[in-house]
Ligand binder design. Structure first.
Ligand SMILES: [Zn+2]
Length: 269
């Protein structure tokens, strides 16, 4: 145990307190924010250390030279260890905020630790509520040297990504992949294989990455959900990609490398 060295992660909404190097500061540097703390939880970091996550009010100013930065903007720069802690910390704060009352009987809940949970205070209920994880499938559909990419109406101009959607209750991840692709594009796919998973803490998704092959159908985009979807040749990919950390980026990278193309792709002449 490293009792003297807890990790402290301070959040203002989805923004994490970082130093000039974009890393969480030493706990002592965050002390000036003590009066602004709305909630705090501590949990085991996995290596024996304790990690404390703190939420401060939305109008809290960072003590110089520290700054608040959106966790999404830090995904590509934090170490895998720090990122995993920050993702867990943010999801626990969200859980704590959303489970103040028991969903079964409505009585107030109290926080418990190891594992973090909220327990109903009503003696005849006492139900324990645990942090929620929402599985999302995301899939790279390939047709020879082409990959299916689409864009939502809210994407920035030029950005395309692999298609994704939440797993429904009572559905397997594989069933969700087939359903989502058919709903969003009208296509049928085959040869589905699992790729990798990652936490996406905005607010509590677990991304399950898959690869599949095109089987049949013409693309018909789901109105309101998909603005455009098409097959892009490996030598003519769209100009903008999801951030490096994102599962869509990992799927695209794997697609390019399997076709002996560089990653990231060279800009077109
Ligand atoms: Zn209850």
């Amino acid at each position: 145990m490293h009792r003297a060295n807890p990790i402290v992660l301070v959040f203002r909404g989805h923004q994490l307190l970082v130093d000039a190097a974009g890393q969480p500061p030493a706990a002592a540097l965050a002390r000036p924010l003590a009066d602004a703390v709305l909630r705090q939880l501590d949990f085991a970091a996995g290596d024996g250390r304790r990690c404390m996550t703190v939420e401060v009010g939305r109008d809290t100013e960072p003590p110089p030279p520290l700054a608040f930065q959106h966790l999404k903007s830090l995904l590509d720069s934090l170490s895998a260890t720090t990122l995993a802690l920050a993702a867990r910390a943010l999801e626990l704060l969200e859980f704590d905020r959303a489970h103040r009352f028991c969903g079964a009987c409505g009585a107030p809940t109290t926080l418990t630790t190891d594992p973090p949970a909220r327990r109903c205070s009503a003696p005849d209920c006492g139900r324990e509520h645990f942090p929620r994880v929402s599985p999302v499938v995301i899939v790279a559909v390939e047709r020879g040297p082409e990959i299916l990419l689409g864009r939502s109406p809210h994407f920035p101009p030029g950005l395309y990504s692999t298609l994704a959607g939440f797993v429904d209750a009572g559905e397997s991840a594989e069933q969700a992949v087939h359903r989502e692709i058919h709903e969003e594009t009208g296509l049928r796919i085959r040869a589905l294989r699992y790729f990798s998973s990652q936490a996406w803490p905005f607010p509590h998704a677990l991304m399950l990455g898959y690869q599949a092959e095109y089987e049949a159908g013409e693309i018909v985009c789901a109105p309101g959900e998909i603005e455009d979807a098409r097959f892009f040749h490996v030598d003519a990919l769209p100009p903008l990609f999801p951030i490096r950390y994102a599962m869509a980026n990992l799927l695209l990278r794997d697609f390019c490398l399997r076709h002996d193309r560089p990653w990231p792709p060279r800009p077109a002449n």
